[in-house]
Design a protein around this ligand. Structure first.
Ligand SMILES: [Zn+2]
Length: 330
């Protein structure tokens, strides 16, 4: 994680480069996209792939909805493609009305213009990914400070890959099943222990009714939150879907490897340790993103700011980050 001071320094260095007319195709894309405070005022488009692309016409998720609260606002990552915003609003409402889940605590979506981030997340670049906490929204509205500091709760027993029965409730299974049930959802990433818990849940269904489980994919981490990934909106050129998950519910044998020791073993030391220090991979540059991302980073903001570089002061730190609207009942 970058500290505030490091982030500030990065912003200043980037600004200095910008002032010197030094920004170009070779600039690390994360410096440009990670410091863009507002969306590109262009038609909404998810451009590229989940882990290499950008977002135009990004929309903010409201800080407060009747059935959700957005968290960690200072990161300015509550932006998404309109289909993602609609999905979150609908999931929150449907789950609350069914009595399954009081409301969502929503973590990172994407940056205002998507793209690579200064810290965290390889994906979340095209406005179709969202992290949702495995903790129900509290009854009260959280203050901005609480939204920064409130810690997340793991559903695993500490230091194990086993579900903690003191934390896990059937409602966790129900919100995950509901989240997977919408046709626009491509995948949901959860810890393998959570997938296993869902496979064994008697509410999972049988036969075809079980196939929502196909979208629930085991992955490292993801025991404090789950990660929803939507498919590219239909008719969009330049947004690239992942291959669909393998057929079947992904339980049993398909999950066995994840539940064994192999995925969690420390990496084996190389037979002949090299004396050279490992080379750090170079950060992805603007030139390595889809071409349309250059237009996205150069486009004006909706408030008329002529370009990303015009209002330099507003680009430093979270102080002037525009807040999305509060939203009345939907
Ligand atoms: Zn995520």
């Amino acid at each position: 994680m970058l500290t505030g001071r490091t982030a500030l320094r990065t912003a200043i260095v980037t600004l200095a480069a910008i002032a010197a007319g030094d920004v170009g195709a070779q600039t690390p894309a994360k410096d440009l996209f990670g410091n863009a405070p507002q969306p590109a005022d262009l038609k909404a488009r998810a451009i590229g792939t989940y882990a290499r692309g950008c977002l135009s016409g990004g929309q903010p998720l409201a800080v407060d909805g009747p059935h959700w609260q957005a968290m960690r606002l200072s990161r300015n990552r509550y932006w998404g493609h309109p289909v993602l915003i609609r999905y979150l609003e609908r999931l929150a409402k449907d789950a609350a009305e069914a009595g399954d889940w009081r409301g969502l605590l929503v973590g990172d979506l994407a940056q205002p213009r998507g793209g690579p981030m200064l810290f965290g997340h390889a994906s979340h670049q095209i406005g179709l990914d969202a992290d949702i906490w495995l903790t129900e929204m509290p009854k009260q509205r959280l203050s901005r400070l609480r939204r920064e500091r409130m810690s997340t709760t793991s559903v695993l027993k500490k230091g194990t890959i086993e579900i903690d029965p003191r934390v896990w409730r059937e409602k966790h299974a129900r919100i995950l099943k509901r989240a997977a049930s919408y046709p626009e959802v491509a995948r949901i990433f959860v810890h393998p222990a959570i997938k296993n818990q869902l496979c064994e849940w008697d509410g999972a269904g049988t036969g075809k009714a079980r196939l929502w489980l196909r979208k629930i994919r085991p992955w490292y981490g993801h025991h404090y939150h789950f990660h929803v990934r939507l498919t590219c909106p239909s008719g969009y050129v330049g947004c690239k879907n992942q291959n669909p998950p393998p057929a079947g519910d992904g339980c049993g044998e398909a999950l066995a490897w994840w539940l064994g020791p192999e995925p969690w073993a420390p990496p084996k030391p190389a037979a002949k340790p090299s004396k050279k220090p490992a080379k750090k991979p170079r950060p992805v540059t603007l030139a390595q993103l889809p071409k349309a991302c250059t237009e996205v980073i150069e486009a004006p903001s909706p408030d008329g700011t002529p370009s990303r570089f015009a209002s330099a002061e507003s680009r430093i730190g979270p102080v002037n980050v525009p807040l999305p609207p509060r939203r009345p009942a939907n």
